[in-house]
Design a protein around this ligand. Structure first.
Ligand code: ADP
Length: 481
């Protein structure tokens, strides 16, 4: 029964009773007025009329009281039930259903509410299972990556880790997931090294030597910050969500690199003996006691000497390089006067400087200059190389200054030329192995500066360049006394 019917029925019943009461009263009044007041029937008729009026009036009052209590309740109850249901849904209790019997008016609302709750339940189950399957899919991808990979959140707790990483770190998944990487690293050396780089970035990144699966492997660590990107309609925020540590297995490259170093070292070593023999034979050939050479033969022997010396230089550079690369650089330091190093470099380059008519100037302080405690052979080699470059990259008839300068507890050895200069774009790369400034015509290997830098750095010093295109360059070796 709907509210309208209830209202109509209630009010109709009440109105009917009142009409009945009025009709009855009127009929009784008429009967009473028609009766003689003093007649014996008057009193019982009056009493009968009063009784009926009271009964009908009483029924009217009961009906109206019932309507008064029942009608608001029948409207209020479903509204309260609906409000409670909506609150439950708002609190994510999507299992809530409403039940309302014999209430036509609200049955549609209740049906609608129950349908909505059902859809929400289905939606929640499907999104949950979607999220779960997406998570499983991502875990499968991470696990299928052959390189160890570790995902950390902002608080540096381990969010995910693949089997390879568990293997190299010698950890168990259940002891790692959702645990602080910093705490775990207290008991794990390798993890400590990885986390240290994350906490204090910018350290020199040596390959990590890891013993796993009964063999030694080399890994290079990559740190990838996870930054929240923009999603559709949401502006990009650059909040850091955590980091991913990826260990790239470089064992194969390291083995190939070391094979290459050994190969270069063996070849250079083997080449040195025949080149020295060529130079020796040349010396004999040029000896006038053996026989006079004609002009053409002199030119030929000069050219053979130049090429042999260049070859010897290159093999020397390659040998130095292999020493550095194999980590076999052994320094034999001794107390050395800076001027001795300068003299050595000048002597070694004198012939070349004279050939191009380049004037070598020495800029040495008048007063006392501190001595250096260095492997003089190595530093002399570096200075010789810098001076050779200065001569080779200068025009004929120009000048080159080689000198030293005391700067507190440091000594600076420098070579300054007025040659073609170096584009600022290449000031870093000229110290890389085999790098040559594009368009360089002078012959060379691109190794001299990189070996020089390694030699100087092995002494705890620095090798830097100041240079301007067209004006010349100044290379500075800075060493602590
Ligand atoms: P190489 O001289 O054998 O090519 P280096 O390592 O000594 O190798 O030098 C690397 C490059 O740096 C050279 O190829 C040259 O382009 C540039 N360079 C080095 N010294 C100078 C200099 N004094 N003036 C101009 N360019 C230079």
């Amino acid at each position: 029964m709907n509210i309208k019917t209830k209202l109509l029925l209630g009010v109709g019943l009440l109105a009917g009773m009142i009409i009945l009461l009025v009709i009855f009263s009127v009929v009784n009044l008429e009967l009473l007025t028609a009766t003689e007041p003093n007649s014996p029937e008057a009193l019982p008729a009056l009493q009968r009329a009063l009784l009926w009026i009271s009964i009908i009036g009483g029924v009217c009052i009961v009906i109206s009281l019932f309507l008064f209590a029942w009608l608001p309740r029948s409207i209020d109850k479903p509204i309260k039930m609906l409000t409670r249901g909506i609150l439950e849904i708002a609190n994510h209790n999507y299992d809530k259903r409403l039940e309302l019997n014999n209430n036509e008016e609200f049955s549609e609302v209740v049906d609608g509410f129950n349908r909505m709750a059902e859809h929400l339940t289905e939606y929640r189950l499907s999104t949950l299972s979607d999220i779960l399957s997406a998570k499983k899919f991502l875990e499968a991808i991470v696990n299928s990556i052959n390189d160890p990979i570790i995902g950390l959140n902002r608080e540096r707790e381990v969010l995910f880790i693949n089997n390879e990483a568990l293997n190299v770190l010698n950890l168990k998944r259940e002891h790692v997931i959702r645990h602080s990487a910093e705490e775990l690293s207290l008991k794990n050396d390798l993890l400590r090294r990885l986390i240290r780089e994350l906490v204090t970035p910018g350290q020199k990144k040596e390959p990590l030597k890891i013993y796993a699966d009964n063999k030694e492997s080399y890994f290079k660590a990559f740190y990838i910050p996870i930054v929240s990107g923009s999603t559709e309609g949401v502006p990009a925020q650059s909040a850091n969500l955590g980091d991913v540590i990826l260990l790239k297995n470089i064992t194969e490259f390291t083995e190939l690199d070391s094979a290459k170093t050994t190969f270069i070292s063996t070849i250079s070593h083997e080449l040195k003996t025949p080149i020295s023999a060529i130079l020796m034979s040349l010396q004999l050939l040029e000896d006038k006691r053996v026989g006079e050479l004609n002009e053409e033969q002199v030119q030929l022997s000069k050219s053979i000497r130049e090429s042999s010396e260049r070859l010897l230089n290159i093999t020397g550079e390659l040998l130095n390089l292999t020493q550095v690369e194999a980590g076999k650089l052994q320094l034999m330091p001794k107390i050395t006067k800076p001027i001795e190093l300068i003299d050595y470099a000048i002597k070694a380059n004198r012939v070349q400087a004279d050939k191009f008519n380049i004037q070598l100037e020495v800029a040495y302080p008048e007063g006392k200059v501190s001595k250096l405690f260095v492997d003089s052979e190595k530093i002399a080699w570096v200075l010789t190389n810098l001076l050779s470059n200065a001569i080779r990259y200068s025009k004929e008839n120009s000048r080159v200054i080689i000198g030293a300068r005391q700067d507190g507890e440091y000594i600076e050895l420098f070579v300054k030329d007025f040659g073609k200069g170096i584009d600022p774009r290449y000031h870093q790369s000229i110290f890389d192995r085999y790098f040559r400034v594009p368009g360089t015509k002078v012959q060379g290997s691109g190794l001299g500066l990189s070996i020089s830098k390694d030699f100087v750095e092995a002494h705890g010093g620095t090798l830097t360049v100041e240079s301007e295109l067209g004006k010349g360059s100044r290379f500075v070796i800075r060493l602590k006394t």
